[in-house]
Design a protein around this ligand. Structure first.
Ligand SMILES: [Zn+2]
Length: 599
C-alpha cells in the first residue's frame, strides 16, 4: 500500500467534513476552565503523606492496618470540610460516612463454616536453616519480606517450630503421598494454595512455594515475594510461605548438600467477629443530585502503589474539589462520589445496595496503581478501556499488558464515549509535560468491573508492567508524586467537566469522539490493507472496519446523556450529524480497502 493513497483518503474525509461544517479542527479542550482551577490547587505532597501512612500496614479488611487507613482518610475529609453524614444539616453539601459491614464467610469459602469471617494480620515471621551445633542460617525474615506469610496462616508456638524440609517435584496428591510429609515442611515450585491444601491434609506443619511471575524479574529482584493467601483452616492451624527466588536458591542448595532441618516462626492475628469499613464521601449536585460520577480507590493489600497511591490521590482530589466548592469556584450540577474500601466489593455494593440510587450512577472510574515511579517500576500510565474492538483484534498500537487479557467476543462490546473522553482529558494534562499516557484493551480485575457488570461506563486508571506488582518491593520509595499529580488532576477534571456539562461542552465532546472515530478508522484501514497485502481475507478485514465503525457510531449516540438536564436540539443535531459522518467514513474506508485489493 503506498503512503500517498492514505493521505488522499484522509484529504477526502477532511474536505467532506469541512464541507458539512464538522468542527474537526483542533479546538480548546472543553475541560480547560476546570484545569485552570484544579492545577494550581492540587498538592501531591498530601497524597505522598497518605501513601507513607498506609505503607506501614499490610491492609486487609477488618484488620488494624486497614481500619487505621480508613480513619486516616476520614480525618483528611473532615479537615477538608466534609461533614460526617450523621451530623450533617440539609444544607451541608459535602458529607462523608464510614460504612460498617460485618465480615461473613461467602460461598467461595468452603473450608470456613458459614458465619463470621475472621480478619487477618501478619505480625512477624522468620525462616532459617538449622545448621550443625544449632547454628542457623537465615533464609527469610518478616522485617525484609512482609509478604512471606500467606493470608490465613496461623501462628507457630512463640519460639517457632523445627522440622525436616522435603521437596516435592509437583503439586499433586501422588507427589505428596510419596513424599511422606507428615510433621515436615514441604517445598515446591507452584501454586501455594494448592500445595497448602494437599500437604496440610497429609499432616505437614507448613509449606513453602515458589511461583514468581516472569514480569517481576525474580532473577534480578531476587528478594521479591508476591503476596498470596491460603484457605482458612482453623482445624489444621498451619501456615504457608510464598518464597523469593533467593530463598528458593538457598533451600535448593542446602537440599543438594544433604538433609535439611528448618526453623520456622510465624505470628499472625485473627480478629473475629470482624467488621469491614468503607468510606463514601459526596459533594451533592446542585441541579441533578441523583446523577453521580463515582471514583473509587481500594484500600486493601500491602502495596504502596497498589493501592496506597490511589487512596492518597483520591483523597487529594476530594480536598481540591471541596476547596473549589467552598470558595464557589466550582458548582457541580451532578453529585461527585468518592469511595474507599475493599476492592470490587465496595463498588459492587454501592451499585447494588440501592437500586434507586443505582439508576443515577452515570460514570465509574477506578484509581488503582496511579503512582508508579516508572523509572523504578517500569511500565507506563494506562487507561484500561471499556470493551472496544481492540479487545477482539488487538493489533497496531493496541497491546494487552503482562497482567493479561482474553480475546473478547463481539457481544461483549460496550460502545461508549467514556474511553476517548478520559483519554482526551489525560492527554490535556500531559500536554507540555513528559507524562506518558497510553491505553490498553479491557482486561478487568479492578473497581471498574462492577460498573461494567451493571451496564454502566467504567474504566481504570493504572500503571503496568510494575516489576514490583503485588510484591513486598512495592513500597513508598516506588511512588512518584508527579504521577499521582498528573493522574489525580486528569481524573478530577474529567469528573468536574461531566458534573457541570452544558450544551457547548457536550458538543465539544461529540466532536472529540468523532475525531477519534475517524482516526481509528484510518488506523484500522491501514492495518487491514497491510494484512490484505500479506494475503488476508477482504471480507474479514472489512468486518473489522465495520465493527469499529458500528462501535463508534453507537458510542456517539451515548453522548446524548452528557448535557445536564438532557440534550438540547443543537446537541441532538450535532450528535446525529457526527453519527452520519462516521457512518459515511466507515463505508468509505471499507470501499477504499476493497478497491485497494483490485489493483
Ligand atoms: Zn490494586
Amino acid at each position: 500500500m503506498t503512503t500517498n493513497h492514505s493521505t488522499r483518503f484522509l484529504a477526502v474525509v477532511v474536505s467532506a467534513l469541512a464541507a458539512t461544517g464538522s468542527p474537526l479542527h483542533s479546538q480548546p479542550s472543553p475541560a480547560a476552565p476546570h484545569f485552570s482551577l484544579v492545577r494550581p490547587r492540587f498538592d501531591a505532597a498530601h497524597s505522598v503523606e497518605t501513601v507513607a501512612y498506609l505503607d506501614r500496614f499490610v491492609r486487609w479488611p477488618g484488620n488494624a492496618g486497614f481500619d487505621s487507613s480508613i480513619m486516616h482518610v476520614a480525618g483528611k475529609l473532615a479537615a477538608a470540610g466534609f461533614v460526617e453524614k450523621a451530623a450533617a444539616k440539609p444544607t451541608d453539601r459535602m458529607t462523608y460516612r464510614i460504612e460498617h459491614y460485618p465480615m461473613i464467610t461467602t460461598a467461595r469459602d468452603p473450608a470456613a463454616p458459614a458465619g463470621p469471617r475472621a480478619a487477618w494480620e501478619p505480625l512477624d515471621a522468620s525462616l532459617s536453616i538449622v545448621g550443625a551445633g544449632g547454628k542457623s542460617t537465615p533464609v527469610l525474615s518478616f522485617a525484609t519480606n512482609r509478604n512471606m506469610l500467606a493470608t490465613n496462616s496461623f501462628s507457630t508456638p512463640d519460639g517457632g517450630v523445627s522440622a525436616e524440609l522435603v521437596r516435592v517435584s509437583a503439586v499433586t496428591a501422588a507427589a505428596l503421598d510419596s513424599a511422606h510429609v507428615r510433621g515436615k515442611i514441604v517445598l515446591a515450585d507452584g501454586r501455594l494454595g494448592q500445595l497448602f491444601t494437599l500437604a496440610v491434609q497429609r499432616g505437614a506443619v507448613g509449606v513453602l512455594a515458589y511461583s514468581m511471575p516472569k514480569y517481576t524479574q525474580p532473577e534480578r529482584y531476587t528478594n521479591s515475594i508476591q503476596f498470596t493467601s491460603v484457605t482458612y483452616d482453623s482445624a489444621a492451624r498451619a501456615w504457608a510461605m510464598p518464597i523469593s527466588f533467593a530463598a528458593r536458591e538457598k533451600l535448593n542448595a542446602a537440599l543438594a548438600a544433604g538433609p535439611v532441618t528448618l526453623r520456622a516462626m510465624t505470628k499472625s492475628r485473627f480478629t473475629q467477629p470482624a467488621v469491614e469499613l468503607a468510606i463514601v464521601a459526596e459533594i451533592r449536585g446542585s441541579v441533578k443530585p441523583d446523577e453521580r460520577w463515582v471514583w473509587s480507590a481500594h484500600v486493601q493489600e500491602p502495596g504502596a502503589n497498589d493501592n496506597a497511591s490511589g487512596v492518597g490521590t483520591l483523597q487529594e482530589m476530594a480536598r481540591v474539589a471541596a476547596d473549589l466548592v467552598k470558595t464557589g469556584k466550582e458548582d457541580p450540577k451532578r453529585t461527585l462520589t468518592f469511595l474507599w474500601g475493599q476492592e470490587i466489593t465496595e463498588t459492587a455494593r454501592f451499585i447494588s445496595e440501592d437500586s434507586e440510587r443505582a439508576k443515577g450512577i452515570r460514570w465509574g472510574m477506578s484509581l488503582d496503581m496511579v503512582g508508579e515511579d516508572t523509572q523504578k517500576t517500569g511500565g507506563t500510565f494506562l487507561i484500561e478501556k471499556m470493551p472496544d474492538p481492540s479487545a477482539i483484534w488487538t493489533r497496531g498500537e493496541d497491546h494487552h499488558t503482562e497482567w493479561g487479557g482474553s480475546v473478547l467476543k463481539e457481544d461483549r462490546m460496550t460502545p461508549h464515549y467514556f474511553n476517548d473522553y478520559v483519554l482526551r482529558r489525560c492527554l490535556d494534562q500531559a500536554k507540555g509535560t513528559d507524562w506518558v499516557v497510553k491505553t490498553n484493551p479491557f482486561e478487568g480485575g479492578s473497581d471498574h468491573t462492577p460498573f461494567l457488570n451493571a451496564k454502566k461506563p467504567g474504566l481504570l486508571l493504572w500503571h503496568f508492567t510494575d516489576v514490583f506488582y503485588h510484591t513486598d518491593g512495592d513500597r513508598k520509595e516506588m511512588v512518584s508524586a508527579s504521577e499521582m499529580k498528573n493522574s489525580g488532576i486528569a481524573a478530577l477534571v474529567s469528573g468536574l467537566t461531566m458534573a457541570s456539562a452544558d450544551g457547548a461542552t457536550a458538543r465539544s465532546i461529540v466532536s472529540e469522539i468523532e475525531k477519534a472515530a475517524l482516526a481509528r478508522l484510518e488506523t484500522e484501514r491501514k492495518l487491514s490493507a497491510d494484512t490484505l497485502s500479506r494475503g488476508g481475507a477482504t471480507a474479514y478485514e472489512s468486518h473489522i472496519l465495520e465493527t469499529w465503525g458500528a462501535w463508534y457510531r453507537d458510542a456517539l449516540k451515548t453522548t446524548d446523556d452528557i448535557e445536564v438536564g438532557g440534550s438540547s436540539a443543537a446537541t441532538k443535531s450535532a450528535i446525529a450529524a457526527s453519527v452520519r459522518r462516521v457512518e459515511e467514513a466507515t463505508q468509505k474506508a471499507i470501499a477504499t480497502l476493497k478497491s485497494s485489493t483490485n489493483k
